[in-house]
Design a protein around this ligand. Structure first.
Ligand SMILES: C[S@@+](CC[C@H](N)C(=O)[O-])C[C@H]1O[C@@H](n2cnc3c(N)ncnc32)[C@H](O)[C@@H]1O
Length: 288
């Protein structure tokens, strides 16, 4: 993968990692002064870390995956046929943006990959807070966002994204499956739906299935297994007693992040987050 300074996330996504980028990139630089053999991002979302690593030419190969099928379809369509996606988006942008046009696009059900991706990109830019939410039948149900001038069609950005995705493996899959083959020399970054910070905030549901405490326990086991195999891994999560308990065996670092949107759109302001690190030197320390 060649460095491409022009790439940025193409989708707005709850839990975007832009503010944690600095400590995450510092960790990567320390562990991988040259290149990561294969980069894995099992909770891809907006892919802020992936795109930042692409911009720096930091890995040779990559696998991006997420349980959210609509999301992975957007990346796949851009990787495989960005010009058709841009063409479909141009068609959607011919009608002046209004509440009425938003709901018409939301109600449409295109079947071809470029048109499906264009619909999602359009709804992501014009829907409320860039949220992704579906009803019980799996239909996207985010209300109109009322933005004055949303940047819906940005061909240069879409083409840069397409360039960044060339040769990248994309899959709709569970996190455990994504990194099952990771080896020493590879790097896995986990950005799961966060453990709720209070009893009143619920466990996040970015797709139809919620990410429960049982899922977080399974994730902690996966993290420990990778670390035993000598795979460098990093995980971000909310700083809660639960997270600290689950990752007590690992090296943790606290970061203060400003959150604009999250899973329920209600909590804003500065929050404390944890970066959990597993890498070769930490493994050596644990062995002592
Ligand atoms: C916090 S977001 C990721 C944010 C992303 N790193 C960014 O920069 O925008 C969590 C993602 O995990 C996905 N997800 C939830 N459960 C999952 C599972 N069991 N396996 C894989 N992905 C899952 C959601 O669809 C969501 O996109």
């Amino acid at each position: 993968m060649q460095a491409r300074a022009d790439v940025k996330p193409v989708l707005k996504w709850a839990g975007g990692k832009r503010q944690l980028l600095e400590p995450i990139l510092a960790f990567v630089e320390r562990i991988f002064p040259t290149q990561i053999e294969k980069y894995y991002e099992p909770f891809a979302g907006g892919g802020a870390v992936f795109f930042a690593l692409v911009a720096r030419g930091k890995f040779k190969r990559a696998r991006l995956s997420d349980k959210n099928e609509d999301l992975i379809r957007v990346y796949t369509a851009l990787r495989d046929d960005a010009h058709s996606v841009i063409h479909e988006l141009e068609k959607l942008c011919q009608a002046k943006l209004s509440e009425d046009t938003y709901y018409k696009v939301r109600a449409s059900r295109p079947t071809k990959a470029p048109a499906r991706a264009a619909r999602m990109l359009y709804l992501n830019r014009t829907g409320y807070n860039g949220l992704y939410r579906v009803n019980r039948s799996g239909e996207f149900n985010v209300p109109y966002g009322r933005y004055k001038k949303p940047n819906i069609l940005d061909p240069a950005r879409l083409l840069a994204t397409a360039g960044a995705l060339q040769g990248v493996e994309l899959a709709v899959e569970d996190f455990e499956q994504c990194c099952a083959r990771a080896k020493r020399g590879d790097f896995v970054y986990f950005d799961p739906p966060y453990v709720p910070v209070s009893k009143t905030s619920s466990f996040a549901a970015y797709h139809s299935v919620a990410f429960t405490l049982t899922e977080h326990e399974r994730l902690a086991k996966t993290f420990a297994k990778l670390s035993k195999r000598g795979v460098a891994a990093l995980l971000s999560n909310s700083d809660t007693p639960e997270t600290r308990r689950l990752f007590a065996a690992f090296d943790t670092h606290t970061v203060h992040a400003k959150r604009a949107i999250n899973s329920n759109g209600a909590r804003r302001g500065k929050v404390s987050e944890l970066l959990v690190r597993a890498h070769v030197s930490a493994l050596a320390r644990q062995a002592k």
